[in-house]
Design a protein around this ligand. Structure first.
Ligand SMILES: CC(C)(COP(=O)(O)OP(=O)(O)OC[C@H]1O[C@@H](n2cnc3c(N)ncnc32)[C@H](O)[C@@H]1OP(=O)(O)O)[C@@H](O)C(=O)NCCC(=O)NCCS
Length: 220
């Protein structure tokens, strides 16, 4: 499913079931004392990551978290992992094709009370209202939430800095399955380019909303 909203050159693997996959000892140590839910999402997430890396031609290797919990990838690779109840996915690409990837999945159901107000800017609240009024069948508040988390996952490996929910404004385009994000803080300049916005894609299918951003490599 997630592969349907990622460009050619990005390898993705997703699953609706948990896998009893083998963890590397360094990974095993990270979840040795974790509750069962965390252990299962972590293990299947690593299975997805290694399967996606295999599609790019990389042998199995540990995918360890960095200091801000971001997944770390083999040299020359970027990627992203997501998991929610009933769905796990990973996507990876070579840096020759993509500078950063963010993916997120959520159940296609309304966010719990209070969440939308906590994460949405006034313009985003208005947009969700309008989407609800005009287009049935998608939990637009949840889609906004997912898009914002995907923005963070694509942002972080480039900026190496925090980006709060109030720091970027997302616009969801209902008709073509895309969304855009405008960074509202002074954008960092990364590889000579201001990191001031993103374009992503979204999909509502099988009871989930999924969002993805693949930042293309810079052309010289
Ligand atoms: C990091 C965050 C986005 C994860 O989202 P989530 O819905 O909680 O969880 P998901 O299952 O979709 O994703 C979890 C995965 O995100 C990845 N992740 C965690 N921190 C990350 C970071 N700093 N950068 C990139 N990816 C990160 C990890 O791979 C993690 O899985 P793992 O711990 O099993 O390896 C979320 O916890 C968070 O901190 N959000 C606040 C920041 C934000 O969203 N800002 C919005 C800007 S508009």
């Amino acid at each position: 499913m997630i592969g349907d909203i990622l460009p050619d050159g990005v390898a993705a693997f997703d699953t609706f079931a948990d896998h009893e996959a083998q963890l590397f000892p360094e990974e095993e140590a990270l979840v040795a004392k974790a509750v069962d839910k965390r252990r299962r999402e972590f293990t299947t997430g690593r299975h997805c990551a290694r399967t996606a890396l295999g599609l790019l031609g990389y042998p199995p290797a540990p995918v360890l978290p960095g200091p801000s919990r971001e997944p770390t990838w083999p040299a020359g690779v970027v990627g992203s992992i997501t998991h929610c109840k009933g769905y796990r996915a990973a996507a990876v690409g070579r840096t020759s094709a993509v500078r950063s990837i963010g993916i997120d999945a959520e159940p296609d159901a309304p966010t719990p009370p209070g969440v939308l107000d906590a994460v949405a800017l006034p313009a985003e609240l208005a947009m969700v209202e309008e989407l609800r009024a005009r287009h049935d069948g998608v939990s637009w508040d949840r889609l906004l939430f997912s898009a914002k988390e995907t923005v963070y996952k694509a942002w972080f490996p480039l900026a190496r800095a925090w980006l709060g929910f109030e720091d970027a404004e997302v616009t969801v385009h209902p008709d073509d399955g895309t969304f855009t994000a405008r960074v509202l803080i002074d954008p960092p300049v990364v590889d000579g380019v201001p990191l001031d916005g993103f374009t992503g894609r979204w999909l509502a299918r099988e009871g989930f909303v999924v969002t993805a951003i693949a930042v293309p490599a810079l052309t010289t």
